[in-house]
Design a protein around this ligand. Structure first.
Ligand code: FAD
Length: 420
């Protein structure tokens, strides 16, 4: 144990991706994971954007090993009930169960890196010559550096001083169930349905049909959850399922035991995601799209980039903050623009239901706009493409101004960073 180079705390998509790359590069990595066994539960919609297969070609093999529902049809509903449907030939996303997906990624990490399951990390100490993490059972583990992949409530982020302050306005809560189709069924198993109908709650609802399960969920800002829903999340969820049944989107019954609520960081990446001997990846570093709540792709991307930065640090024999700053440069180049725009869009969109109505109504009349909006939401269309379309669009001026006010298409195409 004493000659470990890198500790990876957490074996979700970020941790397993980081560990796989470290192990393949011959780095002595040790993964510490609180779950006793894999597969393990992780509340999640399980929607993978199709770009995952380009960024991580081995995910194609992963998808072939597990139940995967390729999605080519998306339904989007606005607060005033306007519905639009987009269909395309190639899959726009893949629906998986995290139970299976994470286990398949974990197997790949375990093949090349050491792993200790059943270790809940409770403290981090950064020492002059390395790092030491302490588990709740009193055991300690040392290495040259650590990558914190320990999720939204990251101990590594807090103890390294990289996450400070109140998280209320920076987190959302997603309440969901993943229920076998024998009990709860989506009316259209080929369709992902998204309901931006919940503006009063600063949130959204969704139905994600898996191969043999149905995911149905509802997300809202943490401060709204704490003020309005704490203690009655299950009740609220049951009412949401009932509404979906009444509207004909699902049939069958909710399964109360499947209900889970879990936090999602939606404030964008932390102001700093590195310090001497420490890097943060995935939810621990705030790598989630604040507009769509997509996190798996960003977890794997940041995990991979953190591993590359760690490999460079080991080669240089330098674990200083100055050396590890390269991590921030590379993640900003690859996913930073996406994440920055997403925070801004989320703040503008979820504060004004009228804006959502107008955008969805405009998309209902304009197939190109619909394609771009759905593509942008699914990570298939870049912000710049949407901006260029708007610049050349023949849509009425008042519609343009609504869309522009949400997506912040400035004359130079930069996104504003302030809230509404
Ligand atoms: C309800 C819900 C729905 C979502 N739907 C989607 C979706 O459809 N598509 C999408 O892309 N994203 C979705 N997300 C976001 C996505 O789930 C996360 O962004 C993603 O899981 C982040 O991966 P990660 O590896 O950083 O963290 P995680 O997947 O949370 O993994 C962290 C791992 O660290 C372990 N761990 C935690 N603390 C410790 C500790 N102290 N010591 C040791 N181990 C520890 C955990 O057991 C876990 O295995 C959703 C999130 C929620 C809550």
């Amino acid at each position: 144990m004493n000659d470990i180079d890198v500790l990876v705390v957490g074996a979700g998509p970020s941790g397993s991706t980081a560990a796989k790359l470290l192990g393949e590069a011959g780095v002595r990595a040790l993964v510490l994971e609180k779950a006793e066994v894999f597969p393990r539960e992780k509340p999640c919609g399980g929607g993978l954007s199709a770009r995952m297969l380009t960024r991580f070609p081995y995910v194609k093999d992963v998808l072939a090993e597990i139940g995967t529902n390729p999605i080519r049809r998306v339904y989007l509903e606005s607060p005033d009930g306007t519905g639009v449907t987009w269909e395309q030939d190639d899959p726009i996303m893949y629906l998986i169960r995290r139970w299976e997906f994470d286990a398949a990624l974990f197997r790949r990490a375990q093949a090349v890196a050491q792993v200790e399951l059943g270790v809940t990390v409770r403290a981090l100490r950064v020492l002059p010559d390395g790092v030491e993490v302490e588990a709740t059972d009193g055991r300690t583990f040392r290495a040259k550096m650590v990558i914190g992949c320990d999720s939204a409530n990251s101990v590594i982020a807090r103890h390294s001083g990289l996450r400070v302050g109140d998280i209320r306005s920076e987190y959302a809560v997603d309440m969901m169930e993943e229920t076998p189709v024998a009990r709860l069924q989506a009316a259209r198993p080929d369709t992902v349905s998204l309901f931006l109908t919940l503006t009063k709650t600063f949130g959204y609802g969704y139905i994600f049909p898996k191969t043999d399960h149905c995911n149905l969920g509802f997300g809202c800002k943490l401060n709204y959850y704490l003020e309005e829903l704490r203690g009655r999340g299950k009740e609220h969820h049951a009412a949401w399922v009932e509404e979906m049944k009444q509207k004909g989107f699902v049939t069958g019954e909710t399964q109360k035991d499947s209900y889970k609520a879990f936090p999602i960081p939606v404030g964008g990446p932390l102001a700093k995601t590195y310090t001497g001997r420490v890097l943060l990846a995935g939810d621990a570093g705030g790598f989630v799209n604040a507009f769509t709540a997509e996190g798996i792709f960003y977890a794997m991307s940041s995990g991979a980039l953190a591993a590359e930065a760690a490999i460079a640090a080991i080669q240089a024999g330098d674990f200083s903050e100055g050396q590890l700053k390269s991590y921030e440069r590379v993640w900003k180049a690859e996913i930073g623009g996406d994440l920055e725009h997403s925070v801004d869009i989320q703040r503008r969109l979820f504060n004004d239901s009228g804006r959502i109505d107008q955008i969805v109504r405009a998309a209902a009349r304009d197939q190109d706009l619909l394609r771009l909006l759905i593509g942008y939401s699914m990570g298939a269309v870049r912000y710049e493409e949407l901006r260029n379309y708007m610049a050349a669009s023949a849509l009425p001026k008042w519609v343009m101004s609504k869309i522009t006010s949400v997506f912040r298409f400035g004359s130079k195409g930069t996104a504003a960073t302030s809230g509404v």
